[in-house]
Design a protein around this ligand. Structure first.
Ligand code: 5AD
Ligand code: SF4
Length: 457
């Protein structure tokens, strides 16, 4: 939109890729644009489209360019104003304008509070770019959360990373670790609860490194948020093994609202690879943490992230990864092929692994992880638990919710979104389980665990 007579946009659409923090940032950008008088619209009709991008792996980063091309060729009217936000914006900056001149605005994750101003600049003609990492936090100037919320809301409490794992772009795109101020977080949690949120997931690249100037840690924050009327459930993600404090582990025993779920990436089961990754923990120290968490909360569901094909990864290193997966027994996990990222130390390491071998390893790892997830789901059959209804299912009356262990639960004839419903889990599939409201169970008169076994197959 380099035409100086471009009208200011009246409608907007934000499309977020990648992690949950991008979802949060995308919501905040939407709220800000809404506060400026713009209204939300579909991607194929909005006057302004914000692509909130992810740079973590090459595939995610390249996706933005095909999206830009599609938007620029919009068939049903004039092309929209295009803004590239998020981590690709931060990593590539002005290079984006060179590669895709159709892009009007480039705005990094620490500067998106200035989006309305950038939109005005782009409307006046020309490109607008802001990839500053300002000392003044964007959180100080973002508007208060919009009132209406879904049942489950994200809340960023910590951002950035100082760990510098050798494969990872996050320390460069999100910057140094910062913790948001206590009052700001608690106020936002209250606003989310007022808006209808029943569950809050506290977000950070190293969320368990959150602390304030009084030395309070994440567990104290969780304890306080748990007291906010309306908040029934708290989760946090993503954690680094080295920041799992005693207090946070104890919180899994002491705070009822803290859900029995821990996403704790290990990345590899080989100490040599962990060293080359600069993870600064060992397989033994990781397993020790898992043991300690399970000692205080035996039913906790453990989740993780894995990278296969890191430079130099031998067959024995990969076998060690399979072994740690067997040792931990994950309820769910994410696994990725190593993707060399420009500017990271690992991209220049010798012994990059051939793509075919990476594919093989990823398949083997995912087969094991899928089997574990299915077994975890099967083991929950027969449990009575409370689920949070999040949305409608495919069939009339069907509802989808989440168990405390973050399983997707399907219920026929469930109550409206936001309800906490006691159910019995009666059958399990690889990616979901089926729940029956406990009230229906009683009504149908009696039940025997063996019935579930039969149904679960
Ligand atoms: N290649 C592949 N996976 C990566 N991750 C981070 N950087 C890379 C990379 N260069 C994975 C890690 C991390 C998750 C968010 O993404 O497993 O925990
Ligand atoms: Fe990336 Fe490592 Fe920081 Fe996680 S801890 S964001 S993997 S550098």
């Amino acid at each position: 939109m380099t035409d100086p007579k471009t009208p200011a946009p009246k409608t907007f659409h934000v499309k977020s890729f990648g992690c949950q923090m991008n979802v949060y940032d995308g919501e905040r950008m939407g709220e800000m644009l809404g506060a400026q008088g713009l209204t939300a619209a579909d991607a194929d009709s909005a006057d302004l489209v914000v692509l909130n991008t992810c740079h973590i792996r090459e595939k995610a980063a390249e996706k933005v360019y095909s999206d830009i091309g599609r938007l620029a060729r919009r068939e049903n009217g004039p092309r929209p104003m295009i803004a590239v936000a998020g981590c690709v914006a931060q990593a590539e900056g002005a290079e984006i304008h060179r590669r895709a001149p159709q892009v009007d605005i480039v705005v990094g994750p620490q500067a998106y509070h200035r989006l309305p101003d950038l939109v005005s600049r782009a409307s006046a003609g020309g490109h607008a770019l802001d990839t500053d990492m300002p000392a003044a936090s964007k959180f100080d100037v973002l508007p208060r959360r919009a009132r209406r919320q879904g049942p489950s809301a994200f809340l960023t409490v910590q951002e950035g990373c100082d760990k510098f794992c050798t494969y990872c772009v996050v320390p460069y795109t999100r910057g140094a670790e910062i913790s948001r101020a206590w009052d700001q977080i608690v106020d936002e949690a209250k606003a989310l609860a007022d808006g209808g949120a029943r569950e809050i997931t506290l977000l950070g690249q190293n969320v368990n490194a959150w602390s304030d100037e009084r030395g309070r840690g994440l567990h104290t924050l969780i304890e306080t948020i748990a007291l906010i009327p309306g908040i029934a459930r708290i989760r946090y993600t993503t954690s680094h093994p080295n920041d799992m404090s005693d207090g946070l582990i104890a919180a899994h025993r002491d705070i009822d609202a803290l859900m029995p779920f821990l996403h704790l990436p290990v990345q590899s089961g080989s100490d040599a690879i962990l060293k080359a990754m600069n993870r600064s923990h060992s397989t033994a120290s990781y397993l020790k943490i898992i043991d300690r968490v399970r000692a205080v909360r035996p039913d906790i569901a453990i989740s993780g992230d894995f990278i296969v094909g890191f430079p130099g990864e031998s067959d024995a290193d990969f076998e060690a990864t399979l072994q740690i997966v067997r040792d931990v027994d994950y309820a769910m996990a994410y696994s990725f092929k190593y993707s060399p990222r420009p500017g990271t130390p690992a991209a220049d390491m010798d012994d990059q692994i051939a793509p075919g071998l990476m594919d093989e390893r990823l398949q083997a790892l995912q087969a094991l992880l899928n089997e574990q997830q299915h077994r975890f789901n099967l083991a929950s059959v027969g449990r009575t638990t409370e689920i949070l209804i999040e949305r409608d299912g495919k069939r009339p009356g069907q509802k989808l919710g989440k168990s405390p262990w973050l399983q997707s639960v399907i219920v026929e004839n469930g109550p409206e979104a936001g309800s906490l419903l006691p159910v019995e889990i009666v059958s399990a599939a690889p990616n979901s389980v089926v729940g029956v409201p406990v009230s229906d169970r009683h009504a149908s008169g009696g039940w025997h665990p063996a019935q579930n076994m039969a149904r679960a197959g």
